[in-house]
Design a protein around this ligand. Structure first.
Ligand code: NAD
Ligand code: GLY
Length: 354
């Protein structure tokens, strides 16, 4: 088993990575929750039928009283109405402040269940069992939990660190190729911003089968990099912003496709290439960097260019928002493996993107 510890004052926690870990979830939950008697498991309509019974069996064997609450699969579950349903169901189950919430699923379930845990009874313990590649390398680590509002994604939320993160790489076997590729966009991002040798390692493994052959190392490397960032900047006021490489422009592409044509990972993939090209044009990023990123993303089936109007770029950059500030920090690469924030007037950025 690979183990990492996220060290934060008064709320440190372990990330455990091991094939088959789902069947041993109970003993690991018991170790961090010695006083809990009830666990409220949140999952979705795809993940529940695949893994819910196995998890329930393991938790029950460890002496917990368990209920499994299933929300519909998809981003639309991350909403205020579902959150309110969760709160009521938790009270109906008799959850107390010494009990805990468990998220079994992708980033949607983790964000929703995490925000419910952060808010019910003014906050109860929370355990993440992420089952998508994206949630294993990104959303389950670092304590950001949220729901979406009509005004946009993740607009209501909290920082609420889990007590434990359990990753069973075998759960990735049932992911559709497109969902696996989505997660790979974030994996490649870690190589681009922090770790050139890791980028080269990924470049040498262009197929899903090759990547799955090394999945524990991949999960460990990404989580270790995220651990380092979160330890230095839990509240996202400095270094954590480097994780946004490819995301500002990716947001424009998600907008351009009305959040339907392009998934988040696809938009981030194209956003990273566009940001590398921008950096090259500004003389910050060495020539050839965008091409190197394209070579890694293409075999994964990720788009490397998405067309976008000036209006969509304007909306994503926030140039149209009154009082939003005239400057923006774009994350650029000084070289592959080293990201820097680059502050520039939004109007100049827009001009460069034309
Ligand atoms: P998701 O949770 O919607 O999962 C994608 C799809 O895969 C869903 O249909 C789900 O049912 C299915 N699925 C999950 N696990 C599966 C498995 N093992 N086998 C088969 N199907 C499975 O999406 P996601 O990409 O995991 O996460 C996206 C969400 O994460 C977004 O809401 C985003 O805002 C959030 N996010 C949060 C953070 C954070 O720091 N909190 C970071 C990045 C993204
Ligand atoms: N996914 C970005 C962050 O956790 O900060």
């Amino acid at each position: 088993m690979k183990t990492l510890t996220v060290s934060l004052p008064g709320r440190s926690y372990d990330i455990l990575i091991e094939r088959g870990l789902l069947d041993r979830a109970g003993e690991h939950c018991r170790a961090v929750l010695p006083r809990a008697s009830k666990l409220f498991v949140v999952t979705d309509s795809t993940v529940g039928p695949l893994y819910g019974a196995r998890l329930e069996r393991s938790l029950t064997a460890a002496g917990f009283s368990v209920t499994v609450h299933t929300v519909p699969a998809g981003e639309s579950a991350k909403c205020a109405a579902r959150l309110a349903q969760l709160w009521e169901a938790m009270m109906g189950f008799g959850l107390t402040r010494t009990d805990a919430v468990v998220a079994l699923g992708g980033g949607v379930v983790g964000d929703l269940a995490g925000f419910a845990a952060a808010t019910v009874l003014r906050g109860v313990d929370f355990i993440q069992i992420p089952t998508t590649l994206l949630s294993q390398v990104d959303s389950s680590v670092g304590g950001k939990v949220a729901i979406d509002l009509d005004h946009g994604k993740n607009l209501a939320g909290a920082f609420w660190q889990p007590r434990l993160v359990l990753m069973d790489p075998d759960t990735l076997d049932t992911l559709p190729d497109a969902t696996f590729a989505d997660g790979m966009a974030e994996v490649v991002k870690y190589g681009c911003i922090f770790d050139r040798p890791f980028f080269d390692f990924l470049a040498a493994r262009p197929s899903r089968a090759q990547l799955m052959g090394e999945i524990e190392h991949i999960l460990y490397t990404c989580c270790d990099l995220k651990r380092m960032v979160v330890e230095q900047d839990e509240r996202d006021t400095g270094k954590r912003m480097l994780l946004n490489f490819g995301h500002t422009l990716g947001h424009a592409y998600e907008l351009a496709g009305h959040y339907e044509t392009w998934t988040h990972g696809q938009a981030v993939a194209a956003g990273m290439v566009r940001a590398a090209k921008l950096g090259e044009k500004l003389g910050i990023t060495p020539a050839g960097t965008a091409e190197a990123i394209v070579k890694v993303l293409t075999p994964l089936g990720l788009p490397v260019e998405i067309s976008c109007t000036a209006g969509e770029y304007t909306a994503a950059i926030g140039l149209d928002k009154k009082g939003a500030g005239a400057d923006i920090s774009v994350i650029l690469l000084e070289e592959l493996g080293r990201a820097v924030p680059h502050k520039m007037p939004k109007a100049d950025l827009l001009e460069e993107l034309k």
